[in-house]
Design a protein around this ligand. Structure first.
Ligand code: UD1
Length: 430
């Protein structure tokens, strides 16, 4: 089992290049099978989740040609199998985007039902409600969702909760339905817009992505395209909070600053200096940061995927901060690990109060999930002494060359897998 070992205390300084958005890329790769023509996608992040989804796509008969780490060519013409096995869904929930993509194109899909996950129970009722509204029969049998339709017909759909997944999944199916679909109370995340732009580049007719209402006029077929995925706002935000927590000076490059507004607002509130450029943002922290309150909300609110990173930072800010997690119920597990590093935290239901401490101290901790794992690395970088982060397989699902990028900013971090390597690191840094 691989771990990160970190010697904390160095301010992070320099520039870091941000990759393509994992969550946009996952949906775009699924949507790429909706044409018989060849689609080229670049600016993909080279992370485990993407590789698993590409395997799932190849597994149903599409041709998948990886040109380089960040570019893939996909042709869905050879698809003969509409059944996505649990093996893929178990590894990566977002394989359920193949449900919307297959249903839209072939009017048939069988996808293993995703269970809960480390950040809480994650129902998909809104996805199914949308497919049914379009005329699909959707059954759940033997742990699988079976969706089928003679034809899909556009409909007025009102979502009861704002869901990124349901918005994207139903949008994909509706792109090839007959007539007009109007989706209300939809998610406005940048990756919803990116997927709509991608589908439009294939000939779909989708308007309003990025607002509360998306209108889709279905088309008979989609065609070839070449498309570049947007930058990853969560990866960018992770490095921005790492700069804040380590009293550093970091410029995140290749970003869309508009997507980072909620993160920038909080960094400024706690006392960081933030400079925005056309496609970069610089965060300078001179210490003396102060507490704030934060509530996670759908975009443009503060993202739940950035909650652990701000939580770790607030553990080092003077005063008492409150975090309210309103999207997923089980996203405070990292605070137990952080408490082992000396943080002063108290969790009650979906709120956590964090009283800032002067210093965190290095300890052995476990990554409970992807973003929380990255946040614990930030804690290790800011802490005195050595931190070992276990279960980094979660981090590798969503961060490309994480330790390399951190080292580029002056961090002392290595990926290790044996006690011997840990001893060698400890000797080297002491
Ligand atoms: C996506 C992101 C994830 C992020 C989340 C919220 C991907 C691959 N993952 O997840 O990183 O944390 O958005 O920004 O893009 N809900 C229902 N019924 C549904 C669907 C969702 O009740 O049918 C609820 C969920 O339990 C949750 C809320 O809606 O409380 C938002 O979930 P959703 O936006 O769907 O998250 P995901 O798309 O799964």
């Amino acid at each position: 089992m691989e771990q990160y070992i970190i010697k904390g205390g160095n301010p992070l300084v320099g520039e870091v290049e941000i990759g393509g958005a994992k969550n946009a890329a996952l949906a775009i790769l699924a949507a790429a099978i909706m044409t018989d023509e060849t689609v080229l996608i670049d600016n993909l992040p080279d992370v485990n989740d993407i590789n698993v989804l590409l395997d799932a796509i190849a597994g149903i008969g599409a041709s998948v040609h990886r040109i380089d780490r960040h570019t893939v060519r996909i042709n869905g013409k050879g698809i003969t199998n509409f059944d996505i096995e649990y093996e893929y869904i178990k590894k990566i929930r977002a394989s359920y985007y193949l449900l919307g993509a297959l249903l839209g194109k072939y009017k048939k899909a069988v996808v293993a039902l995703p269970g809960g996950c480390n950040i809480g129970s994650r129902p998909i009722d809104q996805h199914l409600k949308g497919f049914r509204a379009l005329g699909a029969e959707v059954e759940i049998e033997h742990g699988k969702i079976i969706a089928e339709a003679e034809k899909l017909v556009g409909k007025h759909i009102y979502f009861d909760v704002v869901s990124v997944g349901a918005t994207i999944n139903v949008m994909m199916a509706a792109a090839m339905a007959d007539g007009l679909t109007i989706m209300e109370n939809v998610a406005k995340e940048p990756h919803v817009v990116d997927v709509a732009n991608f589908l439009n580049s294939m000939g779909a007719n989708i308007r309003g992505a990025g607002t509360d209402v998306i209108k889709i006029r279905g088309v008979r077929s989609l065609h070839r395209t070449e498309y570049s995925v947007i930058p990853d706002q969560i990866e960018a935000g992770t490095f921005m909070f790492a700069a804040a927590a380590t009293k550093g000076d970091v410029t995140v490059c290749n970003v869309i600053p508009k997507h980072l507004e909620a993160t920038i607002a909080k960094l400024v509130e706690i006392g960081c200096e933030v400079e925005e450029f056309d496609d970069a943002v610089r965060v300078v922290s001179k210490g003396g940061l102060t507490s704030t309150h934060v509530k996670t909300l759908p975009y443009p609110g503060f993202p739940t995927d950035m909650q652990p990173q701000i939580g770790v930072t607030l553990a080092l800010c003077k005063g008492t901060s409150m975090i309210t997690e309103s999207i997923f119920e089980n996203r405070f597990k990292y605070l137990d690990e952080l408490a082992r590093m000396g943080a002063c935290v108290k969790v009650e239901g979906n709120s956590a109060s964090i009283e800032g401490v002067e210093k965190l101290s290095g300890a052995r901790v476990s990554a409970p999930d992807l973003r929380a794992g990255a946040a614990l690395c930030i804690a290790g970088l800011a802490a005195d002494g050595i931190t070992i982060v276990d279960d980094i397989v979660y981090i590798q699902r969503g961060y490309e060359r994480f330790e390399e990028k951190l080292r580029g900013l002056g961090a002392v971090i290595e990926r290790v897998s044996t006690e011997r390597e840990i001893r060698r690191f400890t000797l080297k840094v002491s």
